[in-house]
Design a protein around this ligand. Sequence first.
Ligand SMILES: Cc1ncc(COP(=O)(O)O)c(C=O)c1O
Length: 393
Amino acid sequence: MARSSALRQVDPAPSYVTFARPSIERGEIDDVIETLASGWLTTGPRVQRFEREFAAYVGAREAVAVNSCTAGLHLSLLASGIGGGDEVVTTPLTFCATANTVIHTGARPVFADVDPVTMNLDPAAAAAAVTPRTRAVLPVHFAGRPVDIGAFRALTARHRLVYIEDAAHAVETVHPEGKVGTTADFTCFSFYATKNLTTGEGGMITTASPEKAQWLRTAALHGLSRDAWKRYGPDGPAPYEVVMAGFKYNMMDLQAAIGLRQLARLDEMAARREAIWRAYDEALADLPLVRPAPAEAGTVHARHLYTVLVDPTICGWTRAELQQALHARGIGTSVHFQALHLHAFYAERYGLARGMFPHAEYISDHTLSLPLSAALTGAEFDQVIDALRAIFA
Ligand SMILES: Cc1ncc(COP(=O)(O)O)c(C=O)c1O
């Protein structure tokens, strides 16, 4: 049986293997306690530092911290002037937040099919979905694999569209065109509990435009004029004005404290996920599951989700049966994603139906995400492989 001795650590007795346990160590815990003791809980100096350090890590000119990637997407669309009557081309193989934030602006999400191998929005399909009403293209770096950034930049430049990247899975992702976070008008990251870098809930928007960044900061904090959060600080009372009907999308210092520590551990956590990824590739090689395609040359894949395809014609099990059998053996899995146009809400609202995006549908019907996180132990990994071998025996 293929096992990776490199993954052997101090292993607790095997129990239920959760799908994506966050990697939280003493450092994060100490920093949260220190922040609590500091008396400054919400947006303040730690958020400012997290923005600076994240921008430096990515190589972006500006980074604006928010309380979720969803908030980041919503604000990025609004900052682009997108609203009623507009269309935004995106992938159906994503979390609902990608499309919902488009709907929140009053615009319409227009889906285009994905590439069956990379599972990312197909630039040719996206180009075919562009109409005179299209204002933006919004691909997702699915599972941490970069989209064809060059093709999307060319497409958006050709039609004078805004280019927004949903990088919820892609903190570490690099493309030959550049580090994700520097290649779009706006890039939105997620620090949700299951993500490669977590703050529990949280997100970041990167952009090259200081003016847009200032607008995003104001919009994320009620529309209060610049640095309004300082009004409770040591500099004493500071006047502020409401300059727009903004949102309550600001990140707390408590979250930034976790984020700063996670950012410092990012390389170490990425190396762990890379080792697990390789161990999966090796251990699954002789099992009847379709493994993720190798990363493209010159790219860095963020190794966020290890998604296999469970095709009954190949392995004799449906995805639901395999998921249940793994659960019965103490293995948690997840599905990324049920294609959005197959959800009743989008289907009914936009007249969508099965058959429109066949690649996304095939993946939607067969994909299964195996446990993957920097906190996954060697014993847990072996438990996953042992369960799969027993099931397929
Ligand atoms: C592709 C994608 N986009 C957006 C989001 C939303 O992120 P958040 O929970 O930080 O709002 C997620 C969350 O899982 C996601 O997977």
